[in-house]
Design a protein. Structure first.
Length: 276
């Protein structure tokens, strides 16, 4: 099985993060599963931190066009599934309408699994500007009743990167995240915690943090890849696939999709998506 991983970061700018991803992914996927990491095209952002752009809805959607193109490229190259390794999973519903391979987003997988392990899921995050995005996103996933609330993680993107690169700083960064998680549990009654960005998730899993104040911490990276493997297996064993009914799920004619991509000058965008 081959799985296309897609990050919202430019992975070439984050070598320590890439090393951590590869190590963790190799530890959780099956021996016969090959995962190829992909990120945004170099130069997408004006720094190594995508949050400065992803704080704005219009830029989030524009950068998400790379994910749409990447999905088409993944299918063209013969991948069996795609993991959208960003908790928001940009265009995940739309992407499923234009490819036949299973596609799963980190947020969808994590919050759906949260209902198996507990009742109310809270989220830790560090992109402060997207605070009002999450209630609407959870409602769009049909999970609003399960959502306990949000708490800032007490650290920023650069702090998390420092935690990867410098073991002396890691314990302090993790301690601040755990403190924020304790506050989230105390104030919202959450019994599940979902790390709100993949770098944050990876740092907690590397530090062995599986619960905070009795609340289970979802390992979204492991969950996403196990979901992808399961969806491939279910397609083969039972024929199950995403709905093709209604405005949000109906698939456009592939030839028309090609025409529209060409009209907007996007026909080669997928081939520009770099692997890492």
């Amino acid at each position: 099985m081959r799985i296309w991983h897609q990050s919202f970061t430019v992975l070439q700018d984050l070598p320590a993060y890439v090393d951590g991803l590869k190590e963790r992914i190799n530890a959780v996927v099956r021996p016969d599963t090959e995962v190829v990491l992909h990120g945004q095209i170099p130069g997408t952002y004006n720094s190594n931190y995508p949050g400065s752009d992803l704080a704005y809805g219009v830029l989030w959607w524009m950068h998400g066009l790379q994910w749409l193109a990447a999905a088409r490229e993944a299918e063209r190259q013969g991948f069996d599934a795609m993991v959208l390794a960003s908790i928001a999973g940009p265009m995940s519903t739309e992407i499923r309408t234009i490819v036949k391979i299973p596609v799963i987003g980190y947020g969808e997988a994590a919050f759906n699994l949260a209902g198996v392990y507990g009742n109310r899921a809270g989220m830790l995050f560090f992109i402060k500007e997207r605070l009002d995005f999450w209630p609407k996103q959870l409602a769009a996933w049909g999970l609003a009743d399960r959502f306990a609330g949000i708490e800032h993680a007490g650290v920023g993107f650069q702090d998390v990167l420092d935690g990867y690169m410098d073991e002396k700083k890691r314990d302090g960064v993790v301690a601040r995240i755990v403190e924020a998680g304790e506050k989230l549990v105390r104030e919202t009654g959450a019994d599940i915690i979902v790390p709100g960005e993949m770098p944050l998730n990876l740092l907690l899993s590397r530090a062995g943090v599986t619960e905070i104040a009795g609340a289970t911490v979802i390992d979204g990276l492991a969950t996403s890849f196990k979901f992808a493997e399961m969806l491939v297996d279910l397609r083969k064993s039972s024929g199950m696939k995403p709905s093709n009914r209604g405005f949000y799920h109906a698939s456009p004619d592939p030839q028309r999709m090609d025409q529209v991509m060409e009209f907007y000058g996007l026909q080669e965008l997928g081939r520009r998506i770099p692997s890492a």
